[in-house]
Structures are given as C-alpha cells and as structure tokens.
Write a protein that binds this ligand. Structure first.
Ligand code: NDP
Ligand code: 8X3
Length: 256
C-alpha cells in the first residue's frame, strides 16, 4: 500500500520503538503526529525527520493515561492532521520486576493506566473518525509478555494480555469496515524500557541485554512499517518478533 502522504500518529514517539517507528514511517513519506510526555524530544525528532525526508509533522505533549487531555488533544487537531490513517498505540512501560506480593501498588496503577487505559483512551478518540471515513489502520504494540507469563511479570504481562484481547475484539467490532487492526509483539528489544522498569538503574538495565544480541528498536519499527504497507485487502492480525537468541522470556542464549 502506498503510504506517502498518509497521516501516522505514534504514541510514545520520544524514545525506543516509537521513535524508530517515526523514522520508518517518515522514510515511507508519511506525515506524522508525534506524541509523548517529553515534548522537547518529539519536537527535535519532528524537525530532524522533516529536514531528512521532507515530511510534515505535528507534535503533542500528551500523557496517554490522562483521559481528559487525550480527548482534548484529538478534538483539537489542526485541519491538516485530523484525518489519521494509521494509529500506532506504542506508549507503554513496565515498572518493577518483583513478586506480586512485594510490588509497589503505585507501579501497578501506572502500568494499567498507561498500557491499557491509555491505549483505550487514544483508540476511543481516534477510531470514530476512521469509521466515518471507512479507512484506517490501528497497530497496537503488545509484547511476548501478552502471550505468556513470567515471575515478576504479573501486572505487566496482564496489561499486555489485555492489549491482545483489545486488539482481537476491536478487529471484530470493525468487521463491517475497511479498517485494519493489528498487533506487533516484540521480545527483548534494547530501548529505555528496562531503565524505566528499574527506576533509572542503568547498570541493572544493561544486564538484561548482556551476552546476546537483543532486537534493535529499528527491527521492530521495520516490522510495524511492513504491517502498515500491506495492500488494503490484507490484514496482518499479529506478528511476534524475537531476537534469535531468545525463544521464551527467560530462555535466552547468553554467551557469557
Ligand atoms: P521506551 O521506554 O524506550 O519508550 C517508551 C515510550 O512510551 C516513550 O516514548 C515514552 O515517552 C512513552 N510513554 C510512556 N508512558 C507514557 C505516557 N503515560 N503517555 C505517553 N507516552 C508515554 O520503551 P520501548 O520503546 O521499548 O517501549 C515501547 C512499547 O513497546 C511499550 O508498549 C512496551 O511495552 C513495548 N515493548 C517493549 C519491549 C522491549 O523489550 N523494549 C518488548 C515488547 C514490547 P515519554 O516518557 O516521553 O512520555
Ligand atoms: C517487554 C519484554 O520480556 O521484558 O515487553 O516482558 S519482556
């Protein structure tokens, strides 16, 4: 499918997979709505992509877990950006990796509010326009954590199972439309994810990726672009992408 001139909205575009995804959609000529809480980062990214690829962009400082802000933001999009063709629901995070009975309850709230409720708020704001135009594509970023469980992952895996359930139900809701719904579910990808998960502890985060080659954010971004670029009659419902060294959460071929 020709993506040039389409409007792609990416949540969590200030880092990692979302940032790489912005670049891959820019290479395809998409105009971009780049959202994150760290506005300076998406502004800088937008400028770089505009000068590199000649695309147009619009940025927003948006916390996806703030329902009112999400509603207000999407209601007030400028005319050139208010017909979103592709929504990449990428904003998300893990917080902590301890047993459920020791976890900080506040961490649960943040994960549920961002990964589940945030994704829902953004989807609820964007999809009615897609239905009206009878076109569009929603690509949710799930995880291998949405397809299994692991110790320390009770709430994070629950949120990603929820993303999986939402994606599959939504596709059914949209059966009688031309709108496509997909999920891309990565395994270990080296981004800021583990730094956030371990509250800024960079040493501990680095250890997650030691002794093997994790996915690069760009590997996932290329996959997301591939999903979006299929011809209109093709929906890729889901793609799981692992680093070759990983075959399950804790099954990682570490060389040292
Ligand atoms: P990063 O930490 O590098 O990026 C996360 C992005 O989400 C940032 O841009 C951050 O922006 C944004 N974000 C977090 N909370 C909010 C919020 N409340 N409102 C708006 N934006 C928010 O991690 P990744 O790139 O790795 O993660 C992206 C997605 O991929 C997540 O959904 C994650 O669960 C998923 N994933 C990651 C894997 C991995 O191994 N890295 C594997 C499988 C899935 P800001 O802080 O500026 O708001
Ligand atoms: C993030 C990857 O394996 O740490 O979704 O859950 S994992």
């Amino acid at each position: 499918m020709k993506l040039s001139g389409k409007i792609a909205c990416i949540t969590g575009a200030s880092a990692g997979i979302g940032k790489a995804c912005a670049e891959s959609f820019a290479t395809a000529g998409c105009n971009l709505i780049l959202l994150a809480r760290r506005l300076d980062r998406v502004e800088e990214l937008g400028e770089i992509l505009k000068s590199k690829y000649g695309i147009k962009y619009f940025v927003g400082q948006l916390d996806v877990s703030n329902r009112e802000d999400v509603e207000r933001f999407f209601k007030n999009l400028p005319k050139d950006f208010n017909e979103i063709d592709i929504l990449v629901n990428n904003a998300g995070l893990g917080k902590g990796l301890g047993p459920l009975y020791e976890n900080k309850i506040d961490d649960w709230e943040v994960m549920i509010d961002t990964n589940v409720k945030g994704l829902l708020y953004v989807s609820r704001a964007v999809i009615p326009g897609m239905v009206e135009r009878d076109r569009g594509h929603i690509i949710n970023i799930g995880s291998i954590a949405g397809r299994g469980t692991y110790p320390g992952g009770s709430v994070y895996t629950a949120t990603k199972h929820a993303v999986n359930a939402i994606t599959n139900s939504l596709r059914k809701d949209l059966t009688n439309t031309e709108i496509r719904v997909s999920t891309v579910d990565p395994g270990l990808t080296e981004t800021e994810f583990s730094i956030v998960r371990f509250d800024g502890d960079k040493e501990r985060a680095k250890k997650m990726y030691e002794g093997f080659q994790p996915l690069f954010a760009e590997d996932v971004a290329e996959t997301i672009l591939f999903v979006a670029a299929r011809p209109p009659h093709v929906t890729i419902s889901d793609i799981v992408i692992y680093p070759t060294a990983q075959s399950d959460f804790h099954l990682v071929n570490r060389k040292k």
